[in-house]
Unconditional design. Structure first.
Length: 87
């Protein structure tokens, strides 16, 4: 079945390491260095700076307001401020 082949190919691709996995690892490592408290957390400003530091965001093509906008469009504000419905 074609659907099964696609599904297994997707799961196989997800298991491989690549640029996304490497970025995820760099972000996790830097987060662990910066995070404090229980549960571990960092400020919004630290998160944006972290994304630039580990190379997830290219400073030649994006600025801080651009990064914040993308985070807000993808629910970051709602997740960090549960009483708010949307950004």
């Amino acid at each position: 079945c074609v659907a099964e082949q696609r599904r297994s190919a997707t799961f196989s691709a997800a298991a491989r390491s690549g640029p996304f996995e490497a970025s995820r690892d760099r972000v996790a490592a830097r987060f662990a260095e910066l995070a404090i408290g229980r549960p571990p957390s960092i400020s919004s400003a630290q998160l944006v700076q972290l994304l630039f530091e580990v190379g997830v965001v290219d400073p030649q093509h994006a600025e801080v307001p651009d990064v914040l906008n993308v985070l807000m469009l993808h629910g970051f504000y709602k997740m960090t401020h549960p009483t708010k419905r949307d950004s």
